[in-house]
Design a protein around this ligand. Structure first.
Ligand code: NAP
Length: 256
C-alpha cells in the first residue's frame, strides 16, 4: 500500500475487536479505535504503536447515545476511511420476560440502530474514495431463532440480512460488504451476556479475526467461521424452522 490506509474498528478495546486491531495494525498505516472506555483504548493504542509501525487514534464514544453517535459520524466524515469494522455489540441471555425491557432497548440501539447509522455514514465515502468496504459482525445466532437469546439472535439476523442486501446493492461499486458469523468466541462477551457456554466449543478471537479477514479479501458477502459452525448452519438450513428452534431450546436452556 503506497498511500496511508485507515481502518476504523468499533468495540476495539476487547475480545474480537482487539484481535482485529492487532491483525490490521500490522497491515494498515492508521487505525482508529472506538469504544466507551478511553483508558482501555489508550492502553491498546500504546501496545499497537510499540508492536507495529502504525498511527493510532482513540475515539471514545458510546454508540447507544444519539448525540455521541452523531459526533462519531461527524468525525468519520472528516476522515478518509478505507475499511470499517462494525464490531461493537452486546448479548443478553435469559428468559425473555425476566430481562428488563430497557436492557433490550440498549441492545437494539447498539446492535441495530448504531450499526445501521454507521453503515449509512461510511458507505458513500468508501465508494467515493475507492475504499475496501465494511465488515459487520453478525453471529452464528443470526441464522435461526434462538430461545433464551431471542432478542440478541434477532438483532444479529438483522445484521446478516442488512449486510447481504447491501453487498448485492453495492456489488458493482468496488467495495465489499460482509457479515461475519462466528460461533461462540472466548471473549468477555460470554460473561457480560451471562451465558454458560459449557459443551459449546469456544473459538479463539485471533483465529476468528484472521478467518474473517481472509474471507473479506475473497469478497464474501456472508462468512461463517469454522467448519463445525458451517456444518451446523447447513443442518439448520435443511431442518424445518420449528424443529431447529426446538433443538436450540434444549441446547440453550439453563445456561446461566
Ligand atoms: N463472543 C462471542 O461468543 C460472540 C459470538 C458471535 C458474535 N459475537 C459478536 O462479536 C462482537 C464483539 O464481541 P466480543 O465477543 O468481542 O465482546 P466484548 O469482548 O464484550 O467486546 C465488546 C466491545 O464493544 C464495546 N462496546 C460495548 N458497548 C458499547 C457502546 N455502547 N458503545 C461503544 N462501544 C461499545 C466494548 O468496549 P466498552 O465497554 O469500553 O465500550 C468492547 O470493546 C459483537 O458484535 C458480538 O455480538 C460474539
Amino acid at each position: 500500500m503506497n498511500e496511508k490506509k485507515t481502518v476504523l474498528i468499533t468495540g476495539a478495546s476487547s475480545g474480537l475487536g482487539e484481535a482485529f486491531s492487532h491483525l490490521l495494525a500490522a497491515q494498515f498505516q492508521q487505525i482508529i479505535l472506538v469504544a466507551r472506555d478511553e483508558s482501555k483504548l489508550q492502553v491498546l493504542a500504546l501496545e499497537l504503536r510499540r508492536l507495529y509501525a502504525v498511527d493510532v487514534l482513540c475515539w471514545p464514544h458510546d454508540l447507544t447515545i444519539a448525540d455521541d453517535l452523531q459526533r462519531l459520524i461527524a468525525n468519520i466524515q472528516q476522515h478518509k476511511i478505507d475499511l470499517f469494522i462494525n464490531n461493537a455489540g452486546e448479548g443478553i441471555y435469559g428468559e425473555f420476560h425476566q430481562i428488563p425491557a430497557a436492557q433490550y432497548a440498549h441492545l437494539i440501539e447498539l446492535n441495530i440502530t448504531a450499526l445501521t447509522a454507521l453503515n449509512h455514514a461510511v458507505i458513500p465515502q468508501l465508494i467515493a474514495n475507492q475504499g475496501m468496504g465494511v465488515i459487520n459482525i453478525a453471529s452464528l445466532a443470526a441464522l435461526q431463532p434462538l430461545p433464551f437469546m431471542a432478542v440478541y439472535a434477532a438483532s444479529k439476523s438483522y445484521v446478516l440480512h442488512l449486510s447481504a442486501a447491501l453487498a448485492e446493492e453495492y456489488r458493482h461499486s468496488g467495495i465489499t460488504i460482509m457479515a461475519l458469523c462466528p460461533g461462540f468466541i472466548q471473549t468477555p462477551f460470554i460473561d457480560k451476556a451471562a451465558i454458560n457456554p459449557r459443551g459449546f466449543p469456544l473459538a479463539n478471537p485471533v483465529t476468528v479475526a484472521a478467518q474473517g479477514w481472509n474471507a473479506f479479501l475473497r469478497h464474501k458477502s456472508v462468512y461463517i467461521t469454522g467448519y463445525r459452525n458451517r456444518l451446523l448452519a447447513l443442518l439448520m438450513r435443511l431442518s424445518p424452522r420449528r424443529l431447529a428452534t426446538r433443538v436450540a431450546f434444549y441446547l440453550m436452556r439453563q445456561r446461566h
